[in-house]
Design a protein around this ligand. Sequence first.
Ligand code: HEC
Length: 208
Amino acid sequence: MRTRAQWSLGLLLAVQSGQVAANSVPADMVGRMRGHKDTAVKELVAKVLPPVVAEAGVDWKLEVAEVEKKMKQGTGEAIFMERCAGCHKLFFKGGKVGPELTNYQRNNLSTMLTSIINPNAEIREGCQYYLVETKDGRSLSGFLVDRDTQVVVLRGLEGEDITLRVSEVKDMQAMGRSLMPEGWIDDLTDAQLRDFFAYMRISQPITR
Ligand code: HEC
């Protein structure tokens, strides 16, 4: 049976001769060989798998800035601003028609996709949009946020509350479907979808 040292030497020689690619040797194995008590192994590993020294002059901060710039250039945020921000707030931008998405579970892709692709699947309480006619002939609409025996409270698209006495209401009907348009992302290309959902899933805003 070969000893560990012989086995390591064999591997290192194979790397040296090019039979085994240096980058195919797992890092933890390289680490163990570097700490080997057999000096022959130690010397050979230092020679054929030298520790990667950060190249002089390469500034990782520059690289961070570079990657950040690419992310900002991605179209994800632009797509959100164009298609969703009219109704939803994410981070600090957007409207109040739909629920704010900042604290929504945006890392759960399948739930989020269901909500986006089929907004009518489940309309949450407080998100039912109602059309109301009053006895004095007014037509009003809004999300039903509260109703008791005395009053009906609708929330308009700007977030303003409209309180009506039940006795004023002549007719009241749920629209029965979400205000959120269906198929709203159907026309995005694969690349746009990737960018868009990369943006939707970030936990911190990139730009302000
Ligand atoms: C015209 C307004 C409108 C637009 C545009 C819109 N939404 Fe919505 N969205 C809503 C409303 C209202 C709801 C509330 C739930 C419902 O009606 O089903 C909602 C619900 C959601 C939900 C579920 C939220 C929750 O808390 O359950 C997600 C996620 C969502 N929208 C994402 C988007 C995304 C992403 C876009 C852009 C591609 C978008 N919406 C465009 C109005 C809109």
